[in-house]
Design a protein around this ligand. Structure first.
Ligand SMILES: Cc1ncc(C[n+]2csc(CCOP(=O)(O)OP(=O)(O)O)c2C)c(N)n1
Ligand code: SF4
Ligand SMILES: [Mg+2]
Length: 288
């Protein structure tokens, strides 16, 4: 776009691709998609300014339904692909979409290190506490006792807490939303996009087909929005709400400033392009 091109006000439809979502009727992922459209429209992004990267799962189909750039990658590998995008195209706003299996089982190693590095991206987990695509197995966020084909006698493991994981691993923006409240979820995604650094948003996004325990009804009954008295700069308060037995809290738990990985790498490479060969020669000499 040249400086003379007038900025066009976009509509929600501008962010919808020609592909219609293939999720089951009533899937929570529709609410997440709706919230993403709203957040993109509020930012009035051009579609070529954004990339949606995902792993594998029902949730990870989401890039097909968004008219921005998209990359449907490999199970658990959305984070390394997104890291490559950040390196190659730092001008793009990078959104990552993952399921609870994709993010917290096979992909958790990558996720932990991306949070620790404070990569500048927005990571949305569409968390249904089950493996949806593979027809209903226990995931890391499934509760103890949860019965599936892989755990017929009940899940012997405790559920992983995505909020405490993100807060303690170094994510600088940590929030939780609910797909039944897409307007509020859009605000959270927008805040994540506006945040410089790793924005982590876990979203309760029920799978009515395979998960009869974590449903829209139970999440409605058990969740509550964080009170106004919570200060998002207060890590202790964030951890206390994240581990509350009283409610599953929704909202922004933590927001703090810290240098991003991209900024730190750029600072380490302060030489000019012309200096690069000399720098490389010096580096290779150290190892020869
Ligand atoms: C390397 C590899 N291992 C396993 C699978 C099988 N697989 C595909 S999706 C998936 C889990 C999906 O669950 P989740 O990430 O929670 O996404 P959902 O379908 O619930 O949205 C698994 C185990 C795979 N595709 N690739
Ligand atoms: S199986 Fe579950 S997660 Fe997958 S599309 Fe259907 S309702 Fe959604
Ligand atoms: Mg899942």
């Amino acid at each position: 776009m040249t400086v003379d091109t007038p900025v066009r006000e976009h509509q929600l439809d501008d962010y919808k691709s020609d592909e219609k979502p293939t999720w089951c009727p009533g899937c929570g992922d529709f609410g997440v998609l709706n919230a993403v459209y709203r957040a993109l429209r509020t930012k009035n992004f051009e579609t070529h300014e954004v990339v949606a990267v995902s792993g594998i799962g029902c949730s990870s189909r989401i890039p097909y339904f968004i008219s921005t750039y998209g990359f449907h990658s490999v199970h658990g590998r959305a984070t390394p692909v997104a890291t490559g995008v950040r390196v190659a195209r730092p001008d793009l706003k990078t959104l990552v979409f993952s399921g609870d299996g994709d993010a917290f089982a096979i992909g958790v190693g990558h996720l932990v290190h991306a949070m620790r590095r404070n990569l500048d991206l927005t990571y949305v987990v569409m968390d249904n506490a089950i493996y949806g695509l593979t027809k209903g197995q226990t995931s890391p966020t499934s509760g103890a006792g949860f019965q599936t084909a892989t755990t017929p006698a009940g899940n012997p493991e405790q559920a992983l807490n995505p909020m405490t994981l993100a807060i303690t691993c170094g994510a600088t923006f940590v929030a939780r939303g609910f797909s039944a409240e897409p307007a509020k979820l859009a605000d959270l995604i927008l805040a994540g996009i506006n945040h410089k650094g790793f924005s982590f948003i876990d979203v309760y996004s029920p799978c009515p087909t395979f998960n009869k325990v974590n449903t829209f009804k139970t999440y409605k009954e058990e969740s509550a929005w964080l009170p106004d008295s919570h200060r998002t700069s207060d890590v202790s308060s964030a951890l206390a709400y994240a581990t509350s037995d009283e409610h599953k809290y929704l909202g922004i738990f933590l927001e703090r400033e810290a240098p991003t990985f991209e900024d730190l790498v750029a600072a380490n490479h302060s030489g000019t392009e012309a200096d690069r060969p000399a720098l490389l020669t010096k580096m290779f000499k150290r190892y020869s």
